[in-house]
Design a protein around this ligand. Structure first.
Ligand code: PLP
Length: 376
């Protein structure tokens, strides 16, 4: 197997992948309606449930598309026409959920806090207590906008108290942060093939609690392609997707899942966590400061870093110089703050992070940048 040039992607997915995952896409042509391909899909569906310990209570449904298609399939298919969904928003991906519900004209109630700020669960509780029409609640687990982790425990406590159906975007946490659906039984978890599971971009998947999924049978669909129940029903009946799947991406996901199961959830989490720690320490030593403080829970997968005040600093130039050296850094997403982001998800480890820090130091020197802040 000829090694492929290895780029260290510090953007939060699509991530650096192993060569074995890349090469898994090189397969003989096959019609996805063949039994052989259905068996691959069957295995993937079962393993996606296993990764979050769903047991027999859960199933998984895949769509060809990026993570957003999974969010859209869930929100547009799950929420009943005569009910309301409460969206908890503290970042751009929570905001995207709102964009979806507005587009589909789904009755929505919004709990908004400043991006990067923790959700105040007593306020969410009060909103539910005051509005009996709320039947659904949704949030983003790891809000990749900032790196904040919105905890599943209090979210589920409120859902249980008010008997709400739960939907969680775990697009940038699934397979990176351990999730145990036996302990935290979210009804619908959305994710994608190209983040912590370390496959290629092109598949979205939703882990669904059977009992709730089956109730969608009689809910008229709002979308043709992204109809969650119809896709599930077709998978169950035929073992196939309703529409053409990204065949080679499916093979890459098969390989990525095998590599995930070999590594184990705890080891993957520790690998990410160690990289995060090394990165945090290295940046702190250089003088960098971070958006999130000690008062909120960190994903330990992504961090938002304040840009230094030095007049020589220019993100594009910093990016381009690091890119030439094989490292990709990512711009910030919090509009009123000057930040950039770094993520440790993907097939990288602490040694890559140390190499990155060494290169960053050199580039800062080349650009004559002093990491200092006058605005704090
Ligand atoms: C938490 C979260 N939700 C949704 C998305 C959207 O995924 P995609 O860009 O694959 O559509 C992302 C992408 O980074 C994300 O991090």
């Amino acid at each position: 197997m000829k090694p492929i040039q290895r780029n260290i992607l510090l953007n939060p997915g699509p991530a650096t992948t192993t060569d074995t995952v890349k090469y898994a896409q090189v397969v003989p042509d096959i019609c996805p309606r063949e039994k052989e391909f259905q068996e691959v899909m069957d295995g993937i569906r079962a393993d996606l449930v296993k990764i979050v310990n769903g047991g027999d209570d859960y199933t998984s449904v895949l769509f060809g598309g990026s993570g957003t298609s999974g969010m859209e399939a869930t929100l547009a298919s799950v929420v009943a026409y005569d009910s309301q969904v409460l969206l908890l928003i503290n970042g751009a991906y929570g905001q995207r959920m709102l964009q979806i519900t507005e587009t589909y004209d789904i009755p929505t109630v919004v709990y908004n806090v400043e991006w990067g700020t923790a959700i105040d669960w007593s306020e969410v509780d009060a909103m539910c207590a005051n509005n009996p029409d709320i039947g659904y609640i949704a949030m983003v687990h790891h809000e990749t906008t900032t790196g904040i982790l919105n905890p599943l425990g209090p979210f589920l406590e409120i859902a249980r108290k008010y008997d709400l159906v739960t939907m969680v975007d775990t697009i940038s946490s699934y397979a990176g942060i351990p999730i145990d659906l036996q302990g935290t039984p979210v009804d619908f978890l959305m994710s994608t093939s190209n983040k912590c599971i370390q496959g290629m971009a092109g598949l979205a998947f939703i882990i669904c609690r059977n009992e709730v999924l089956k109730q969608l049978k009689d809910v008229p669909g709002r979308t043709v392609y992204l109809d969650l129940y119809k896709q599930y029903e077709y998978f169950e009946r035929t073992g196939q997707m309703r529409f053409t799947p990204p065949v080679q991406v499916v093979y890459a996901l098969r390989q990525a899942i095998d590599e995930y199961l070999d590594e184990g959830i705890q080891n993957r989490w520790e690998r990410y966590s160690t990289s995060y720690q090394v990165l945090t320490q290295g940046l702190e030593e250089m003088g960098f400061r971070f958006l999130l403080g000690g008062d909120v829970e960190h994903s330990r997968i992504l961090m938002t870093i304040y840009e230094p005040d030095d007049p020589n600093y220019d993100f594009t130039e910093l990016h381009d110089r690091l890119y030439e050296r094989g490292f990709t850094i990512y711009p910030g997403k919090v509009s009123d703050k000057e930040t950039f982001r770094l993520s440790v998800l993907g097939a990288i480890d602490q040694n890559d992070i140390r190499e990155f820090l060494r290169n960053l130091r050199e580039v800062l020197r080349e650009m004559n940048i002093e990491v200092k802040y006058t605005r704090f």
